[in-house]
Design a protein around this ligand. Sequence first.
Ligand SMILES: [Mn+2]
Length: 476
Amino acid sequence: MTFCALHQRGLGGRRQQQAAGMLNTLLRPTMDHAVQQPISGAASALYPNHLSTLMQRTEEALRRVGKRHLLIPSGVTKYQFLDDRPYPFQVNPHFKAWLPLTEHADCWLVITPGQKPHLIYLLADDFWHLPPQAPEGYWVAHWQVSLIRTPDEARALLPPTADCSIVGDADAALADYLPDNAPALLDYLHYHRAYKTAYELSLLRAASTRAVRGHRAAEASFRSGGSELDIHRAYLAATGHNDLDLPYTNIVCLNEHCATLHYQYQSPVKPETSRSMLIDAGASVAGYAADITRTFSNEDALFSALIRGVDEAQRALVDRVREGVDYRDLHVECHHRLADVLIDFGILKGTAEAAVTEGISAAFFPHGLGHLLGLQVHDVAGFAASDQGGRIERPEGHPFLRLTRTLSAGMVMTIEPGIYFIESLLAPLRSRLPEERINWSLIEHLKPFGGIRIEDDVVCTGSMPENLTRDAFAAA
Ligand SMILES: [Mn+2]
C-alpha cells in the first residue's frame, strides 16, 4: 500500500509518523468493527480472488459506458430536519462490495482497470465522535490508501469527472462529483452481483452462524414466557449486535401478531399465554446479511403439526434450488405444496390445482417465495433479464415476488414459504367460497396463533444446494 496523499496534500511530518505507526498494525486480524467479530481466516485467504473478480467485472462495465474510472463514494451522514442528530449511516453497497468497511462516511474508491484500486480514507480529527481507526487487516495490502482529514480533501485525489462513472446516492458525494449511476454500468454490475465469489460465500456462512446464535436464544426466551421485547433483547445479546447493526429490523411476533407479515413493534408486555412465536431476524458480517425466520408453538398440537407441514414443504423447496430452475416456477410450486398442506389438514377441500388457480392459496400465502441475498437483505437485480438490462416480469397474480431469474451456481437466495391467518385476506373467501370448500371452524381455532413462516438462506451450486441456515443450526 502507499500513502501517496500524505505527500500530495503536504500533510505534516507528525501525520506521516502516524501513518507509519498504522502500518505496524496491519498484521492484526481484521475486525468487523461494528460488531467486534473476527473475520475468519478463510475469508481473508479468499479476498484476493474476490478483488480480481470485481476488477474484471468493473473493466467490462466501464468499457460499456466508455469511461476510464469507476468512482464509489461511501456515502454521507444525513441529519434530521432542524436538528444535529444524524440518521443511522448506511454505507453505499457498491462500496462495501470491495472492502469490509461499513461505518465509514466520506470515503471514496477509485477503480481503474490495470491499476491497484485506490481508497481515499477519511481519518478526521473529531473529539465528539470516535473516528474510524486507521485502515488495517487482510485487505489493506491490496489497496493504494490515501488518508484525508476533511471530506473536501478527496477532490484533489479524484480523476477528472469526464473520465469517470460515479455510483452512489444522489446526495452522497462532493457537489462537483455527483453520481451518474449510468444504467448500462449498473445493469452489468448488478446482474453479476447475484453470483457470489467464494469470499462472499464465506462471509454469508458466517452471517448465518451468527444469526443462528440469536435464534436459539430467542426460542429459549419464548419458551420461558418472555415478551417480544425480551425475545428481541435475548436475540441481540446472543448475536452481539445492537439494533443498528442488524441488516433489517427484527420481526418478533407473539400470538396474533404472527399474522402481520412485517410486524414492526416489540411489545414489552408479557402476554398471558404465549401460544406462538414467529421471529424473522438476521445478522451481518463484514456487510453481508443473513435473513432467517422460524416459528414455534408452545402448546397446540394442531398448530405444531401445521408448522411441521410448512417445514417439510420448505425443505422440499430448498432441495429444488438447482441450476436451470426458473425461480418463478419454484414460487408457483410453493403455492401447490402449501395448498396440499392446507388440504391435508382439512382447512381446504378440493384440489391444490383449484386452490392455486382460483387464488385461494394466495389468501394464506400472500408474499413471494424469497429473494436474492448478499450485501443487501433484498439484494439487487432479482428481475434482471441480462447484464445488458431488461426485466423478467412476475407471473400474473403474484405481485410480491422479488426474484424471477433462472438459478445458476453461486446465486444465494432465501426460501421462505408461509401460511397465515390474516382476516383482511380471508374475508373475501367468506362470501366467495361455498362452505364445503373451506373449514372455517379450523381457521377460527388457528387464528390466535397468527401464522407460520420458515426461511432459510440457500446457495445454488453445481449440484446439491447448500443450506447456510440449516448447516448453521446443525453446527450450533
Ligand atoms: Mn427474507
